[in-house]
Design a protein around this ligand. Structure first.
Ligand SMILES: Nc1ncnc2c1ncn2[C@@H]1O[C@H](COP(=O)(O)OP(=O)(O)OP(=O)(O)O)[C@@H](O)[C@H]1O
Length: 530
C-alpha cells in the first residue's frame, strides 16, 4: 500500500513481480523514458535486443532502479499517464506466500499506480489549501511564462495531444497551426488535414483512409489515386488534426492514432481532460488560456474603461482566463444597462447572461421586463432549440440537422455550416456558435424534461456517454434559487422546485462511489462554478 513517505524506487521494487508480468506496449514506456532523457540511445537499443517482453521489462526495471529515485519517479509518472495502453487490468496472481495468507490475491496495476502519491498533485493540493480565497482563485489563472509556441508545435515530429478545459482555446490553437502551415514557405509538397470531430459526423462511418481523407475535403480533381498513394508512401509528409476527440470509436481514426495506418504521419489530437487516456504516448501539451496580463489586454481592447468592472470582480476576473468566458463577459458588459445591476459570478451565470444578451440584441427589448415577456412569448421556439441541442449532444455532434423553428430568435444562437452534397449541391446545416452553448441549451431541455435526468446520470457513468456529465454543473446552477429570470420565463417556477426537490439528493446518491471523479470534473472544468 502506498504511503506518502514511500520512495518511488521502493514503490517500483515492491511491485516488480507484477510489473514484469503485466506491463505491455513496452515501446511506449521506453520511448517516453528516452524523451525524458532517462534512457540514452544506447540503452534503448540494448533493451530492444532482449529476447522477449519479460526480459525487456526486467531490463527497464533494472535500469530505472539503478538510476535512482528521480528515474523511478519519471517511470511511475509515465505508467500513470499511459496506463490505458501499458498496464493490464486486474488479474488474479499468486502473491508472495506470506505467513498470514497463502491465498491468491488480486493485484490491480491500475489501482496500484493510482495509489502512488505524485508530488505535483499533493504539493499542489496542500499549497492551494493554505492560500487565502483571493489567492486561491488566482491560482486558476495561468502564469505569464513562455510556453510552447504554435510554431514549435508545428516543427516537432512528435504526435501531439492538446488538452484543456472547455472553451480554453484548443480549436483556436489548431486553427492557428493550420494558418501557420498554410502561410509558411515550403517548397516540398506536404499535406495537412483538419477534422472537427463533432462537425464531421461522417468520420464515424468512414471505412477507409480514402473515405476519411476525401469525403470531407473536395477530392483532387484528377489523380486521386496518385495522391492517395503519395500520402501512403510518404506518410512523414502528412499531418492530421483531430479536433475535439471523445473516443476512438471510428476504426480509421483509431488506426491512424495507433500508427497502423500512415505510420510516419504526425497526428495532433485535441480533447478535454476527461478524454486524454487513449493518447498516453503523445506529447501532451496543456492549453492553459489567458494569463492575467492577457486578460487585461483583451478586456481593455474589448471594453475600454468598462474593463475595471470586470477586473474588480474576482470571480469574473479568474473566469476570464478561459477565452470563451472572456469573450462572453466582454459581450455582456459592452451592452450593460443601469438595470443590469447584478454581475455574473459563475460560468452558468455567464451563459445565462449571454443568452439574454443575444435575445436582447435580437428583439431590441432594452428593459428587463420587456425582455422577460419576449422570452416567455418565445419559450416554445427556445425550448425546441434546446431539444435539438440535447439530441445533438447525446449523439456527440454539433450538426443540428432538423431545426423545428427557423425563427430569428433561434437563429441568433447558431451559425450555418455548408457542406458539399452532390457536385452541384450544397447542404446547409446549423451549429451553435460554440459547443459549450449547445451543452448549456441541452441542460435547459433536461430541466424541462426531468424524467430524462436519471437516464443522463446513468449515461455519465458509461464510457460511451460520459461526455453527458458536462451538462450536470449547468443543471445544478440553473436549479438553484438564485437562478435569474431566464429559467422562470421558460419553465414554470413550481416545475423547477419539484425537480430540485429530488435532483441534488439523487445526484449525490448516484455519484457517491464516483466522488473522486465528480470532484475532478467539478474542480477541473467548472472550478469557479459553485
Ligand atoms: N487566443 C485566443 N484569443 C482570443 N480569443 C480566443 C482565443 N482562444 C480562444 N478564443 C475564443 O474562445 C472561444 C472558444 O475557444 P475554442 O473553441 O478554441 O475552445 P475549445 O478549447 O476548443 O473548447 P471545447 O473543448 O468546448 O471544444 C473561441 O471561439 C474564441 O472566440
Amino acid at each position: 500500500m502506498a504511503s506518502t513517505t514511500q520512495s518511488a524506487r521502493d514503490y517500483v521494487e515492491n511491485a516488480r513481480v507484477h510489473l514484469v508480468r503485466e506491463l505491455k506496449n513496452l515501446s511506449v514506456i521506453v520511448e517516453n523514458l528516452y524523451q525524458q532523457k532517462v534512457f540514452s540511445d544506447e540503452e534503448v537499443s540494448k533493451i530492444q535486443t532482449e529476447r522477449d517482453d519479460f526480459e525487456k521489462t526486467r531490463k527497464i526495471l533494472d535500469s530505472v532502479t539503478k538510476k535512482g529515485e528521480a528515474a523511478c519517479y519519471k517511470f511511475l509518472r509515465i505508467i500513470d499517464m499511459t496506463r490505458k495502453r501499458t498496464v493490464e487490468r486486474a488479474s488474479v496472481l499468486p502473491e508472495k506466500q506470506s505467513a498470514a495468507s497463502t491465498e491468491n490475491r488480486k493485484f490491480d496495476l491500475h489501482h496500484w499506480i493510482s495509489c502512488y502519491p505524485f508530488k505535483e498533485d499533493t504539493q499542489m493540493d496542500s499549497k492551494k489549501r493554505k492560500l487565502s480565497r483571493p489567492k486561491k482563485m488566482k491560482t486558476y489563472i495561468p502564469k505569464d511564462r513562455p510556453g510552447t509556441s504554435p510554431s514549435d508545435l508545428l516543427k516537432t515530429d512528435e504526435n501531439i495531444l492538446l488538452v484543456g478545459k472547455p472553451g480554453i482555446g484548443k480549436t483556436a490553437l489548431s486553427h492557428e497551426l493550420l494558418r501557420l502551415w498554410a502561410e509558411r514557405d515550403n517548397e516540398e509538397l506536404d499535406y495537412m488535414f483538419y477534422f472537427d470531430m463533432r462537425e464531421t459526423s461522417h468520420i464515424t462511418r468512414a471505412m477507409s483512409l480514402e473515405d476519411l481523407l476525401f469525403s470531407v475535403f473536395s477530392e483532387p480533381d484528377e489523380g486521386r489515386e496518385e495522391v492517395l498513394q503519395d500520402i501512403k508512401r510518404n506518410s512523414d509528409n502528412v499531418t492530421i488534426i483531430f479536433d475535439g476527440i471523445t473516443d476512438l470509436s471510428s476504426s480509421v481514426v483509431k488506426k491512424l492514432v495507433e500508427k497502423d495506418l500512415l505510420p510516419d504521419a504526425k497526428v495532433i489530437v485535441t480533447c478535454r481532460p476527461d478524454n486524454e487516456e487513449d493518447f498516453g504516448d503523445f506529447l501532451r501539451v496543456e492549453v492553459k488560456g489567458f494569463s492575467e496580463q492577457t486578460i487585461k489586454t483583451y478586456l481593455s481592447a474589448m471594453l475600454g474603461d468598462t474593463q475595471k468592472k470586470v477586473l474588480s470582480n474576482l470571480e469574473l476576473l479568474t473566469l476570464c482566463h478561459v477565452p470563451m468566458y472572456a469573450l462572453m463577459v466582454a459581450a455582456c458588459f459592452s451592452s450593460e444597462t443601469p438595470e443590469d445591476s447584478s454581475q455574473p459570478c459563475s460560468i452558468t451565470e455567464i451563459y445565462i447572461n449571454i443568452v439574454r444578451f443575444c435575445l436582447k440584441m435580437n428583439s431590441n427589448k432594452t428593459k428587463n421586463k420587456d425582455l422577460n415577456s419576449f422570452i416567455e412569448n418565445k419559450s416554445e421556439e427556445i425550448l425546441s432549440l434546446a431539444e435539438v441541442a440535447f439530441h445533438a449532444t447525446e449523439g456527440k455532434t454539433v450538426n443540428l440537422t432538423k431545426l423545428p423553428h427557423k425563427d430569428s430568435c433561434v437563429l441568433c444562437f447558431l451559425k450555418s455550416l455548408d457542406s458539399q452534397g452532390a457536385p452541384t449541391e450544397t447542404i446547409t446545416t446549423y451549429a451553435f456558435l460554440h459547443y459549450t452553448m449547445q451543452e448549456f441549451f441541452a441542460a435547459i431541455w433536461l430541466l424541462k424534461n426531468p424524467d430524462k435526468i436519471k437516464e443522463v446520470f446513468q449515461q455519465c457513468l458509461t464510457t460511451e456517454k460520459k461526455h453527458m456529465k458536462h451538462l450536470i454543473p449547468f443543471m445544478c446552477r440553473l436549479l438553484t434559487d438564485k437562478s435569474p429570470s431566464l429559467m422562470k420565463c421558460l419553465i414554470p417556477a413550481q416545475e423547477l422546485i419539484n425537480t430540485s426537490n429530488w435532483f441534488f439528493k439523487e445526484m449525490i446518491n448516484r455519484f457517491f462511489p464516483y466522488l473522486l471523479w465528480c470532484f475532478y470534473c467539478i474542480c477541473c472544468c467548472y472550478s469557479n462554478d459553485l
